[in-house]
Design a binder for this molecule. Structure first.
Ligand code: GLA
Length: 728
């Protein structure tokens, strides 16, 4: 059984194929954490709750006679505010008396097969009931009447689990949740590095690493999006861990709004990790009988370093998060109009692009921003989602049918959560934008954010989108979001509920995305947030791919894509070959092959020779599609750790096929270059398609190959080697 409850010792043990997670019920119902890490067969770890004697200033309950136990130092399963645990807490409820003392105690538990969905929130799912086992531990805060249910879902085969928390008000008066984290895990010791993904627009998800120190280290977003600046991902790994060795624990929040992730190391060397909705600017009132559900956190354990952790996340997200049919069906190869034409296009220009696409072997033309209202630059028309007939003469259907006649599919761009002050919609509904009374509205990219907390707003946008999508053969939709939220508030919420705005906003977005994606199950959706500002599992639930970044320079992209691969699979990373001129076409394609692969430039500006190069790239895209989309990723040389090169491998699940790619970012000091490979079967014999020689998996992984004289070391160049198993 993946989940066991040992009655006598009052211990829960949650096992996956390679990990164990153990906690128990201490005196009077306190839930205490014992262990999370590599799988252990027994559960005799209750002693871990003691951290030596505690100070006289540490309060305790009078009935606890054991002077080794205090909430001030014990590892807790879900820490509460203001009742003796002074570290970062997971739950803080302001009760009707106005104080925030919170104290939950065990009541009962249930273990069952399968996994329930989360009310209004994206979450992982079980494909069949045998795949996941759930534990729900019910607790009660007797004073507030808050029934707090801790939910654990164990994905036994994938070495992963999820956690979330439900709070129900069983009392007769309202209370307010001020902080609710999706998990809290107290690690014993502090010999860990913390990994996280930071950045900004066009520099998203750069991997950062720091050793844990006493005190609090944290990341967060307050922008209304999960953000370009910090991803809702955090990992702890043994301080000696590498890409391949050591324990790594990944935490990834299935949420696209404001989040916070914190690690606090106390004087007793407990390292407490939590992640959840950012408590800053958050409050949620629960009236009697109402319920609140936190987003879900995905927790992955790996005993094979960060690489093992990433591969588990990738499998989990492909199997149990992404729902679109396009996760398994081969996706169309597309060219997007944005970098090639910006707002400056008309039907003729798009048809010319489609002709080029057909000639090169590209399957789909995506018309990006600029097709609606009277939008010719970024100063108008968001919210007016009807076609600009000055640009697209004869309308959208005519254009699409011409494009389709060429044998090319058609995709479109939307930014549904935005409104331009210069739009018909804003003139009619000036209160529909996000704003607060009396304060001037900040503007970004000449646009406001539309109030997604409102049902009337969502219905209007939904109906406008359906009008276009119902009447046109649109096979792809890019859903964009190009600014952060300021002056957060809604005209529909009274003063007592304004701090519910941010969470209500993202619930509104999920509701609209849910309606659109289920009405159009055949459309391929790509999320985008000014590049990758919402590259998170919440968005992956609705769209199988996300535009990684507005940075399309291949060398800059390496850092972004490597960081993104910490938890998101290659098939989810929107990556295009663009016209930027820092490298040649070969390197651009090799880097775009890290992800979905596509194009983004004006093909009219290409020479005949360049068109021929693109045709051969398209062939490679088809050849390597399966090993990239359905294989496993091994990071070999990191662009943030190595000055000169970056290299990775895509290995098929059955280890019969491997694609190795290497990019030289800067000319190295010397040409000497030996590469050992990973993830192969040492007993298989592989054909190297570049030198036509045979090598054992053992040789490739242990001796590696000597590239010192074979490949150009010039900066900006790249090469690939394809290996396939030969049957003896
Ligand atoms: C954002 C996206 C781009 C493009 C533009 C259009 O910046 O990331 O890919 O769609 O918006 O305005």
């Amino acid at each position: 059984m993946p989940i066991c409850f040992y009655e006598n010792e009052r211990i829960f043990k949650l096992d996956t194929s390679e990990s164990s997670y153990i906690f128990g019920i201490y005196e009077d119902g306190f839930l205490v954490h014992y262990y999370y890490g590599a799988k252990i067969p027994d559960y005799n770890v209750a002693e871990f709750k003691y951290r030596g004697g505690f100070a006289s200033v540490s309060p305790t309950k009078e009935y606890i006679k054991d002077n080794r136990f205090s909430l001030d130092i014990a590892p807790m399963e879900y820490a509460c505010n203001s009742t003796g645990d002074y570290r970062i807490d997971a739950l803080s409820i302001k009760n009707s008396d106005g104080n925030t003392a919170t104290d939950i105690r065990y009541v009962s538990h249930k273990i069952f097969k399968g996994k329930k969905g989360l009310n209004g929130l994206p979450s992982l799912y079980a494909n069949d009931d045998g795949e996941v086992t759930t534990l729900e531990v019910e607790t009660i805060d007797k004073v507030t009447g808050a029934k707090v249910t801790l939910v654990y879902c164990v994905f036994e085969k994938l070495c992963a689990m999820t956690r979330s928390v439900r709070v129900e008000n069983t009392s007769n008066s309202a209370f307010t949740i001020e902080k609710i984290m999706s998990c809290d895990v107290d690690f014993s010791g502090m010999n860990y590095n913390m990994y996280h993904l930071y950045g900004t627009w066009a520099k998203e998800r750069t991997l950062a690493k720091r050793h844990l120190e006493h005190g609090i280290q944290s990341i967060q977003s307050k922008r209304g999006t999960s953000s370009h600046n910090h991803n809702p991902f955090l990992a702890l790994a043994d301080d000696f861990a590498t890409e391949d060795f050591g324990s790594a624990y990944g935490f990834n929040l299935v949420y696209s709004g404001n989040f916070s992730a914190e690690v606090e190391v106390d004087a007793y060397e407990t390292s407490r990790v939590n992640i959840g909705i950012n408590p800053n600017d958050f409050e949620w009132e629960l009236k009697p009988n109402e319920e609140f559900t936190s987003p879900e956190v995905v927790m992955v354990f790996s005993n094979n370093g960060l690489g093992g952790m990433s591969r588990t996340f990738h499998k989990l997200y492909m199997n149990n998060l992404i729902r679109s049919k396009w996760k398994n069906v081969k996706r169309p190869l597309l060219i997007n109009s944005w970098e090639g034409s910006g707002f400056d296009f008309d039907s003729d220009k798009l048809i010319a692009m489609a002709k080029h696409a057909k000639n090169i072997g590209i399957d789909m033309l995506v018309m990006d921003d600029g097709w609606f209202g009277h939008r010719n630059c970024d100063d108008s028309s968001l919210g007016d989602w009807y076609v600009n007939e000055n640009k697209l003469k004869g309308g959208l259907s005519k254009l699409i049918s011409e494009v389709n006649k060429l044998g090319v599919k058609f995709g479109i761009w939307y930014e549904p959560e935005m409104i331009s002050p210069e739009s018909e919609l804003y003139k009619k509904h000036p209160d529909w934008c996000v704003h607060v009374p009396k304060r001037e509205k900040s503007i970004a990219r000449q646009q406001y954010v539309i109030d997604m907390t409102r049902q009337d707003v969502r219905d209007n946008i939904f109906n406008q989108m359906c009008e276009v999508l119902d009447n046109n053969n649109i096979e792809y939709l890019k859903w964009d979001f190009n600014r952060s939220i300021t002056e957060a508030g809604s005209a529909m919420l009274d003063e007592k509920h304004q701090l519910e705005f941010f969470h209500r906003f993202i619930l509104g977005t999920y509701e609209l995305m849910g309606r659109i994606t289920s009405r159009y199950p055949d459309i391929l959706f790509e999320n985008c947030t000014g590049g990758g500002g919402r590259f998170d599992p919440g968005m992956l639930y609705y769209s199988p791919q996300i535009w990684c970044s507005d940075e399309t320079d291949p060398i800059e992209r390496l850092t972004i894509q490597f960081g993104t691969s910490m938890c998101y699979p290659p098939s989810s990373m929107g990556a295009h070959v663009s016209a930027c001129d820092r490298t040649d076409w070969n390197t651009k394609a090799d880097v775009a092959l890290f992800g979905t692969f596509g194009y983004e430039f004006d093909p009219d500006k290409l020479s005949e020779d360049e068109i021929e190069i693109l045709k051969s790239q398209v062939k490679e895209y088809h050849k390597y599609y399966n090993v990239i989309h359905f294989g496993e990723l091994y990071r070999l040389i990191s662009p943030t750790e190595n000055l000169y090169r970056c290299a990775w491998e895509n290995v098929s699940q059955d280890k019969t096929e491997m694609l190795y790619t290497c990019v030289t970012m800067r000319t190295p000091i010397s040409q000497a270059f030996f590469q050992k490979f990973k993830g192969l079967d040492e007993n298989k014999i592989y054909l190297n398609h570049s030198d036509n020689k045979l090598y054992s998996g053992a040789l490739l992984m242990n001796a590696g190959l000597n590239f010192s004289n074979n490949y150009s070391g010039d900066d900006g160049t790249s090469f690939k080697i394809y290996f396939t198993e030969v049957n003896k």
